[in-house]
Design a protein around this ligand. Structure first.
Ligand code: ATP
Length: 453
């Protein structure tokens, strides 16, 4: 996924900063400018996914900016901010093609809800999965076949193996490809927000629901919804999800109207689903409803034929996006890539390539330019054995031992402190999924270790 880019046009310094903070925290990439003229300059040298602009500004005002933008970039969503008293401006703005408007003052969440409606924070980039190994070619073939149907698909595989890429591929290959593909990561959204995010809510449904908001299911109408890391959903929400899938209709929180759905569902998980059902963590009826057509990525080291083609593809992609000249791998680099066990799968490979781009001095990436973080990973792999659910993480009993566990705990504690306790950032830094981190933190708590809140 890549971040959605927003251009903010606001001449009031304080408000500009506040808008920026809110959108940055919401996961967007933000470019602020203090005038409409500045916005036109920025638009000529960078691309944006959405504009949020004030109306009243010295010089060219927001309505004139809107007209110029609509002429040059007719499909670019444009949200205008108006003073509360000035509803006429808002009406004019909508007539002139504004996508929506916000009446000042507004709460940060209102801004995020509105912006999220037109531009989700993470853009899912359309990419055909690279596959050269016979097992992966077979998998793509299956994906293509299932894409032609409306069947619910369960994409399985270890973390970072390409589940999301494959899900997007199924959507792109389906007759729904012109309609939205809406991805939601069930592990990344706080439990108390997930229901409202999925099903939407009406104004006043809960404190802070200042205006009605459609849920992800509604946003995916005619298209595909990807329920990423589905096993992270709590049991009561699983029951509600099952009902929505069975009835093919949704009711917003606080709403009375049922909305019929025409949405294809794809779910992903890196857990052993049957074990999750056996442990009472995942509802059996939901398992059968979602597991209509399961497709499973092998861990990267078990599909040797994919490693170099993927490495080359990722190298080209990152050279292009850094506007760097194209590089190649030396024989020693290729050997190193082929012999590593890749516990972090394709995501780890991608990180190694990005590092190599920084380290290499000429046009050839050498073995020494490939910095593979083995120590941390081995510690995590070794300890994975203690987690019966983490099926796909390799275990190495010879590394198990209390000393390693102490080291692992220390690494997690250091990361928690360095990143102010932000679990998502900590998981990212350590190269493990939020779920694995949560599991490890629970284990640490169980063994009496005090964790920063
Ligand atoms: N077959 C592939 N071809 C091209 N790129 C790939 C492929 N597989 C994975 N990637 C890249 O590797 C990264 C991780 O892939 P993706 O997010 O699809 O994995 P995932 O299994 O969904 O991960 P997680 O379990 O952590 O959600 C992405 O940047 C993706 O573009």
């Amino acid at each position: 996924m890549s971040k959605t880019k927003i251009l903010i046009v606001e001449d009031d310094h304080g408000l500009r900063e506040a808008l920026m903070d809110t959108l940055l925290l919401g996961g967007y990439q933000v470019t602020p400018v203090d005038s409409a003229e500045g916005a036109m300059v920025k638009l000529s040298d960078s691309s944006f996914d959405l504009i949020v602009s004030d109306i009243q500004m010295a010089g060219m005002n927001g309505l004139s900016l809107l007209k110029s933008v609509k002429k040059k970039y007719p499909n670019l969503p444009f949200v205008l901010m108006t003073a509360y008293a000035n509803v006429n401006d808002a009406i004019q703005a909508m007539r002139d093609g504004a996508t929506d408007y916000l009446s000042k003052p507004f709460a940060p969440q209102v801004l995020l809800n509105l912006v999220g409606r037109y531009a989700p924070a993470q853009k899912v980039v359309s990419r055909t999965p690279i596959a050269a190994d016979p097992s992966s070619l077979n998998l793509l073939n299956l994906a293509q076949k299932v894409a032609n149907s409306d069947a619910t698909v369960m994409v399985l595989g270890p973390s970072g193996s390409g589940k999301e890429v494959l899900s997007r591929y199924i959507h792109d290959q389906s007759s729904r490809s012109d309609a939205p593909f809406v991805a939601i990561n069930c592990a990344a959204i706080p439990e108390n927000m997930l229901e409202a995010t999925l099903f939407g809510y009406e104004k006043g449904a809960f404190t802070g629901a200042i205006q009605a908001c459609p849920g992800k299911f509604e946003q995916a109408q005619q298209g595909t919804i990807l329920l990423d890391e589905i096993t992270e959903m709590d049991l009561s929400l699983q029951a509600k999800l099952l009902r929505v899938l069975q009835e093919k209709e949704v009711e917003r929180l606080g709403g009375r109207k049922t909305i019929s759905l025409n949405v294809r569902v794809i779910a992903t998980s890196n857990r052993d689903l049957k074990a999750a059902v056996a442990d009472g963590k995942f509802r059996e009826d939901l398992y059968y409803r979602l597991n209509v057509f399961p497709i499973t990525w092998l861990p990267l080291h078990q599909r040797q034929g994919d490693i170099l083609p993927l490495a080359k593809h990722l190298l080209t992609r990152h050279c292009d996006s850094n506007k760097a000249t194209q590089l190649t791998f030396s024989a020693s680099a290729a050997h190193k890539l082929n012999t590593h066990t890749w516990p972090g799968n394709v995501r780890e490979l991608e990180n190694v390539i990005q590092r190599a781009l920084i380290l290499c001095n000429d046009d050839i990436i050498d073995g020494d330019d490939l910095l593979i973080e083995s120590t941390h990973q081995q510690i995590f792999d070794a300890n994975a054995e203690t987690n019966p659910q983490a099926l796909f993480i390799e275990d190495d009993k010879s590394l198990l031992g209390s000393e390693l566990r102490v080291q692992e705990h220390q690494i997690i504690l250091d990361a928690l402190q360095a990143l102010n306790g932000k679990r998502k950032d900590v998981a990212e830094k350590l190269g493990i999924s939020p779920r694995t981190l949560r599991y490890k933190l629970a284990k640490m708590r169980e063994s009496g270790i005090e964790l920063p809140s």
